[in-house]
Design a binder for this molecule. Structure first.
Ligand code: NCN
Ligand code: DMD
Length: 362
């Protein structure tokens, strides 16, 4: 990955337009072939449940049936800090974002362990951590600013910063795919980012603050009530006329912006994405608002215990592959779910048909 560029590409709304128009519809012929093949495989129709739909969509994404094996998965952990941290919405000090990056670098975080289990590589992308983070071949410097502004007081970032984040995230996806990665898994790290995620989810779904604001890393009842009141303040101060990029700039985080670009670019390249939890769900709502077809390239890895994630998934129309009460982020849910996506594709590639196996039909 030494070839990965350390400089930022330029950015502007025309570039965003290009990224959006590059997302093609899924390949209908490959999906029809996949459905027909599923019907020939030695099992009662539909008996592989969600794996069947997953396998069909994988064919649509890769534009071929059966789908190619997903041999080189990668998790990109988008990391950033948040001005709203100063409002006391989380019990954890902000420096935990930077120290967890060192833990990722050393291979000791949960996502590193789970990624080793499934043969995925882990990259960290510093989108806006409020600390000096050393870049190396696994920790990429894409820092826009050292943390967003306080979203309760005004916009978290400028529209240009949000667009920059989208392009930086897209650039990371492009470089990972150029390096041979064939399935992109989303991850995130950012103390206080569940507040920004709740605000994004409420803004983009119309849900009430109280229905999307959870306990994040773990907060008591008074802090939870305070966090809900902060999200309410954010929703009230937003202008009604925002477009999705403005909403991202207004209430999101730099990691959300990076994730938006990462997902859009993966879709534009025809590469499947496995989404993680609450933070990825919030970013995916921005993607849905600007390029709904890009969601066809996304699998919801899991459902987080955070209430806002349930709301986000419903609005996205995505069914989570696993539901294990995880509420960690980092890409842990996406990484755990990745083998299910690959298993779905393997059924189409490897299962015998009724004719080949000589099994009688009903
Ligand atoms: O992904 C999730 O569903 C999720 C749910 C709760 C917490 N997190 C992680 O916890 C951190 C933010 O929590 P908080 O309480 O500081 O807002 C951030 O690093 C997230 O990755 C992540
Ligand atoms: C320790 C710790 C690890 C995390 N991983 C993702 N978010 C996190 C938040 C905390 C506090």
């Amino acid at each position: 990955m030494a070839a990965m560029s350390s400089t930022s590409p330029g950015y502007s709304d025309p570039l965003l337009h290009h990224l959006l128009t590059a997302v093609a519809p899924l390949d209908a012929r490959a999906m029809q072939e996949a459905e027909a093949r599923q019907a020939q495989l030695t099992k009662p129709a539909g008996a592989l449940g969600v794996l069947e739909e997953t396998s069909v969509r994988l064919c649509g994404i890769q534009r071929t049936c059966p789908p190619r094996p997903l041999a080189k998965p990668v998790v990109a952990v988008f990391a950033a800090d948040h001005g709203v941290h100063a409002r006391g919405v989380t019990p954890w000090p902000q420096e935990v974002t930077a120290s967890m990056i060192e833990n990722f670098r050393a291979g000791g975080a949960a996502v590193n362990v789970l990624a080793r289990q499934v043969g995925a590589e882990v990259y960290v992308v510093d989108m806006g951590v409020n600390a000096d983070v050393a870049a190396d071949d696994r920790v990429l410097d894409r820092k826009i600013r050292r943390g967003t502004s306080d979203l309760a007081a005004g916009p978290a970032m400028t529209r240009d910063e949000a667009a920059a984040g989208v392009f930086l995230g897209a650039d990371v996806a492009q470089q990972l795919v150029a390096a041979g990665h064939d399935c992109l898994l989303t991850g995130d790290m950012g103390i206080a980012n569940t507040t920004a995620s709740a605000a994004l989810i409420a803004a983009l779904t119309g849900a009430e603050a109280a229905d999307v604001t959870g306990r994040g890393t773990g907060i008591d009842d008074p802090t939870h009530a305070h966090k809900i009141s902060i999200v309410k303040v954010v929703l009230e101060r937003r202008p009604a006329s925002e477009d999705p990029l403005e909403t991202l700039a207004s209430v999101g985080g730099f990691e959300h912006a990076g994730l938006v670009g990462f997902v859009l670019a993966a879709a534009a390249m025809g590469v499947p994405v496995v989404l993680d939890g609450l933070i990825a769900g919030a970013a995916a709502l921005v993607v849905q608002a600007i390029a709904p077809g890009a969601l066809d390239y996304c699998f919801a890895g899991h459902r987080s215990a955070e209430p806002g994630h349930r709301v986000a998934l419903q609005h996205l129309g995505l069914r989570p592959l696993v539901d294990l009460d995880l509420r960690l982020g980092e890409g842990t849910g996406a990484t755990l779910a990745f083998p299910l996506v690959e298993a779905a594709g393997a059924t189409l590639r490897e299962m015998a048909t009724f004719d080949a196996a000589g099994v009688a039909r009903k």
